[in-house]
Design a protein around this ligand. Sequence first.
Ligand SMILES: Nc1nc2c(ncn2[C@@H]2O[C@H](COP(=O)(O)OP(=O)(O)OP(=O)(O)O)[C@@H](O)[C@H]2O)c(=O)[nH]1
Ligand SMILES: [Mg+2]
Length: 322
Amino acid sequence: MNLQEIPTIGTAEELIDRALRRASRVEESVRNADYRARLTAVRKINSVADNIANPLHSYVKAFPSFDNIHSFDRSIIDLTVGVDKLKKALGGADWARKEVLMIATKYVPKARARKSAENTMKIMSEAYTKMTNVVRQIEKNLNFLISARSVFRNLPNVDPENPLAVFAGAPNVGKSSLIGAVSSGKPEVKSYPFTTKGVSLGHIKVKYDIIQVMDTPGLLDRPDSDRNDMEKQGIAALNHLKPIIVFLTDLSGTSGYSMKIQKSLHEELKDRYSDYHWIDVYSKSDLEPEAPLDYEDSISVSVMDNTGIEDLELALVRICKD
Ligand SMILES: Nc1nc2c(ncn2[C@@H]2O[C@H](COP(=O)(O)OP(=O)(O)OP(=O)(O)O)[C@@H](O)[C@H]2O)c(=O)[nH]1
Ligand SMILES: [Mg+2]
């Protein structure tokens, strides 16, 4: 099951409403009134239990098992929704499933017993109350799963079969703009730092090949222990996916991050990922550079006048064909 394709999850009230609605349609047509009442009660209790337990089972099954997912996915889940919180919410849903089935198992024989004919309605409504109360007890867990699902839907679905380039650099240097210019990705672009809050994926189609490009939140020049969860998502991509690194340096001074800061970040990453493929890009080349810089083999690009975009694509293709 893909993280991005977890089916809809119902709220506690939706789950209860649906189960009760379905049970309300259950009728037995046995002649004997007593027997009919008891049989109907049995079937209604089972119907409520099944219509609560089955969806809960499918919710729990829809989430990946954390032991065998990719370390990158696990990191991103931890940085967005939190693995422990997610496990707890799933544990709650599974507890409720078992509890509801147990209540049915306990109440079905009571409802079926001949001697309890006059109490059938009471037994049934007691079972209903107990089962629906269990579902209400996990309301918060279900709400958590609903929001986790919507976070997962927007996570990048990286295909390990295709090459991946991660665009990294200081905040506001033009990473998202460049992803938008070279690929199918359409990340948000704004004139202030920290516009991009998480990792996202775009694709470049070159003849029959596909290159995946990942946008990342801006990185500050500081140790990992000081980084916020947005920065950590970018670092997780670099650590776990071993991508080609496309490092953007903004020479125009408009990003708000000095050359000193950008250079130091460049140096740190180059050091850390010395065995990765690396492409240096000077962004915003339509603007006057504030300071010269001479990284070897750099590509100057501008999304304003479309320069360097093809050169960047060619450089990526060349690395991928290696
Ligand atoms: N003149 C010019 N401006 C650019 C160019 N590329 C990006 N910009 C501007 O730079 C600003 C930041 O662009 P983004 O693409 O959002 O930068 P980012 O690196 O993704 O920023 P964060 O996500 O906040 O880290 C926006 O105002 C863009 O319009 C360019 O080639 N030329
Ligand atoms: Mg951005």
